[in-house]
Design a protein around this ligand. Structure first.
Ligand code: MG
Length: 256
């Protein structure tokens, strides 16, 4: 009789768990809103001598298509800029990187349209661990007077950590990311030896301070780790929103 009772209790839990389908809203938070801080400079530094230049304003040789890594990256290069080609999908570096310092500049077009996540959305995947959006995303979008969930605004580790403050500049102005990435490490049995860690300066302002990531980025559900290589390509996102494509320049990396 007692056994039967516990079976019924278990069944009730199982039914309850199945009906509680995870929704993307479950991991979107709107408070506290990071304070707006007007940056005093953006980093436009030339690559230091020991850096690998990933984009020099002229060539996409260091990049391939994420959908088919045997194919060249088919984004638009001109006038010293790299501009997202929305029909070409994500692009990623030819080389893999483990722990590194990375610099990247990005610009939302002055005529940007759309709201919330549909306004200049792109992303810097700090490690690409598969096709599409698989990896760890540092969000890029227009977060100048454009409210969205705070753990999805520019400078966020998407759906994990809001930026500490919001140093976004208006559309049309160049902005900078300076990132220190420590890749996660795994034990032979697949368990986590050390989670990923990241520090991010956004327009010279510290927005992520050595945060410990919960796993790769997930749009729906709670992130968790699954064993993968420590060294991976770095990926830029061609987001499916309808707004005008954004541009990049001066991308370099120093392996640590
Ligand atoms: Mg994005």
């Amino acid at each position: 009789m007692k056994k039967h009772f516990f079976s019924i209790i278990f069944l009730a839990f199982a039914v309850n768990a199945a009906s509680a389908q995870a929704k993307h809203e479950d991991t979107e938070f709107y408070t506290p809103v990071p304070a707006v801080v007007t940056p005093t400079y953006i980093n436009k530094a030339a690559p230091p001598p020991d850096a690998i230049v990933l984009f020099d304003g002229k060539s996409l040789d260091q990049w391939v298509s994420t959908g088919d890594t045997t194919k060249p990256a088919n984004w638009t290069v001109g006038k010293g800029l790299l501009t997202v080609n929305k029909s070409a999908g994500n692009i990623q570096t030819r080389q893999s990187f483990q722990d590194y310092q990375l610099h990247l500049e990005w610009r939302i077009p002055k005529n940007i349209t759309g709201t919330s996540q549909g306004r200049g959305n792109s992303g810097l995947f700090l490690a690409s661990i598969g096709k599409g959006d698989a990896g760890y995303e540092l969000q890029i979008m227009d977060s100048y007077n454009n409210p969205t969930y705070v753990n999805g605004q520019a400078g966020s580790i998407y759906k994990q950590f809001a930026p500490m403050v919001n140093p976004s500049l208006p559309p049309g102005e160049w902005q900078s990311y300076d990132v220190a990435w420590k890749a996660p490490r795994f034990n032979d049995d697949g368990s986590v030896l050390s989670p990923a860690r990241v520090t991010v300066h956004f327009n010279g302002i510290l927005v992520q301070n050595n945060v410990e990531l919960k796993g790769p980025t997930l749009y729906v559900g709670q992130p968790s780790y699954k064993k993968h290589n420590a060294a991976n390509p770095i990926k830029l996102q061609s987001h499916g929103d309808k707004s005008e494509p954004i541009s990049f320049r001066n991308i370099w990396i120093r392996s640590l």
